[in-house]
Write a protein that binds this ligand. Structure first.
Ligand code: PMT
Length: 396
């Protein structure tokens, strides 16, 4: 998809990766975009406005109340002009301001005033990226459909190693091109399950697993961004989701099963990301179990297999399963592909603390006559690529 004649406001904030804004500006101009750069005060400590002005061919703006532009309400004019507001690098401070709707400088004000999509390329110290505050802010931004580009993981300017490096400019441009691409799943209805289930033992105890819902929620956002109408059936997790997603909360496998069957009829694609408990206690005790006995035996009974039930229907949607395995990944994944009558299975290694409740994941997708491996990357990024792959398979 071409970026020709797209109006891009490039916001640059104050981090060491600000120097990469020069290369980013150059690449966007090369794609045929018109770029207007807005810098925060801190960004100017890392790269001069003159550099970005020379590369973009446009005056660089940084003042909210700039007499030269305010006669025409400069920030509003910029907000309206933009087809996209891209903030790269986006510091923790800028992300916090966006998440809370603050408008105390030109960049944050125009982000609040624009109707154009907003994309951010976070760049910060790994500890800052992994802090609870930043995580909360990112959840809010994701729920509002802000496009999150990266970050990458690796060596950092501060000498530490971990997630928080800004994506390389070429990768940002590739992602931006994708944002302008036609919506591949327009008019498609997708049903996704996510998170764990809880199987009650007594009024205060349950059987469950470590699923956080991150992978399934990322799939829902990626499907939404690809233009699909998305229903998300979520087990108990502490995640938020864009209001455009039809979210149905459940606790047990039995309720998840009921809700899936109630909503599956008009669906084109079913993606089972949930870690559904295979078994549940045969009976739920009416009262809290007392620790009188030295040993306690729980009798378990099998839960319905939601995915196999959907894939066994006569007019089944395109069915995608996940297979979380600690060993023999490909063997077990292929077995599930066949035994559950699936169109695609996404094998997820979960040995050594991988997969469950992590930001990153490593995946290998199998279908009848092909496969594709995905190297370790953030779940949001993998979800985007998986939805792309699923779209290719369903549209052909
Ligand atoms: O939630 P996160 O912390 O982000 O972690 C993501 C994940 C590891 C949970 C996810 O990527 C994943 O691998 N989900 C599948 C987990 C699993 O245990 O799958 P399974 O091998 O037991 O089941 C195979 C498939 O059948 C899955 O698509 C599952 O949703 C489905 N299934 C299983 C049992 C059942 N009773 N009903 C089902 O629909």
């Amino acid at each position: 998809m071409s970026l020709k004649n797209k109006n891009i406001v490039l916001g640059v904030t104050g981090g060491i990766a600000a120097y990469k804004a020069a290369e980013l500006t150059r690449l966007l101009i090369k794609e045929g975009s018109k770029v207007r750069v807005v810098m925060t005060e801190a960004a100017q400590a890392f790269i001069t406005p003159l550099t970005l002005q020379a590369l973009s061919g446009e005056a660089v703006r940084s003042e909210l109340f700039d007499p030269a532009h305010e006669a025409a309400m400069g920030h509003i004019e910029l907000a309206r002009w933009a087809d996209l507001v891209l903030v790269a690098p986006a510091t923790a401070n800028l992300l916090a301001k966006l998440a809370h709707g603050r408008a105390d400088d030109l960049l944050s004000t125009l982000c609040l005033a624009t109707e154009a999509p907003i994309a951010v390329a976070p760049a910060m110290n790994q500890q800052m990226w992994q802090s609870d505050a930043t995580k909360d802010n990112m959840k809010r931004l994701q729920a509002r459909n802000v496009v999150i580009l990266g970050p990458d993981s690796g060596d950092q300017a501060c000498g530490e190693t971990g997630p928080g490096r800004m994506l390389e400019p070429a990768a940002i441009v590739a992602r931006i091109k994708n944002e302008f691409a036609p919506k591949r799943l327009e008019n498609k209805r997708i049903l996704i399950t996510a998170g764990p289930t809880r199987e009650p033992i007594d009024p205060v105890r349950y059987l469950s697993n470590r699923s956080s819902g991150k992978m399934g929620f990322a799939m829902a956002i990626a499907a939404l961004q690809a233009g699909a109408e998305v229903t998300l059936i979520a087990g108990p997790v502490s995640l938020e989701i864009n209001k455009a997603v039809n979210r149905i909360n459940v606790e047990t496998a039995a309720t998840m099963h009921t809700k899936v069957i109630e909503n599956i009829d008009s669906c084109d694609i079913f993606i089972a990301t949930a870690a559904v408990s295979d078994y549940r206690p045969e009976f739920m005790e009416a009262q809290k179990i007392k620790k009188d006995a030295d040993q306690l035996t729980l009798s378990l009974t099998k839960n319905p297999d939601i995915l196999a039930d959907v894939a066994g229907r006569s007019s089944k949607p395109f069915c995608v399963g996940f297979a979380a395995e600690t060993q023999n990944l490909e063997h077990y994944a292929r077995q599930k592909l066949i035994s559950k009558n699936l169109d695609m299975i996404i094998a997820n290694p979960v040995d050594n603390g991988r997969g469950f409740d992590q930001e990153d994941n490593t995946l290998h997708v199998f279908w009848k006559d092909g496969d594709k491996a995905f190297a370790t990357a953030p779940k949001t990024e993998l979800a985007r690529q998986l939805i792309h792959l699923i779209a290719e398979h369903t549209l052909n």
